[in-house]
Design a protein. Structure first.
Length: 82
């Protein structure tokens, strides 16, 4: 069975992908949540890798929170001198 998330070949009776851990019983991924990432494998061959964009939303939120904290810290530092 081929994983719809990362295209890894798994045993036919597998419930989860051995590469990305996706539940193979839930194969309906909305098209807007699928991202195609170009990659080059170890042999130097170009291939298109499919990644579920839902996994990336946590890192975007973390980056946004860090930027917010830095802006608040800078604002506090500037106004504390007045």
């Amino acid at each position: 069975m081929k994983c719809p998330n990362c295209n890894t070949i798994n045993p036919d009776n597998a419930q989860f992908c051995r590469n990305c851990g996706m539940n193979l019983n839930e194969t309906d991924i909305p098209e807007e949540e699928i991202v195609h990432v170009p990659t080059i494998d170890d042999d130097g061959d170009y291939r298109q890798e499919t990644v579920n964009s839902e996994n990336d939303s946590g890192s975007s939120t973390l980056i946004a929170c860090c930027i917010f904290v830095v802006i608040i810290f800078i604002a506090f530092a500037i106004f504390s001198f007045y």
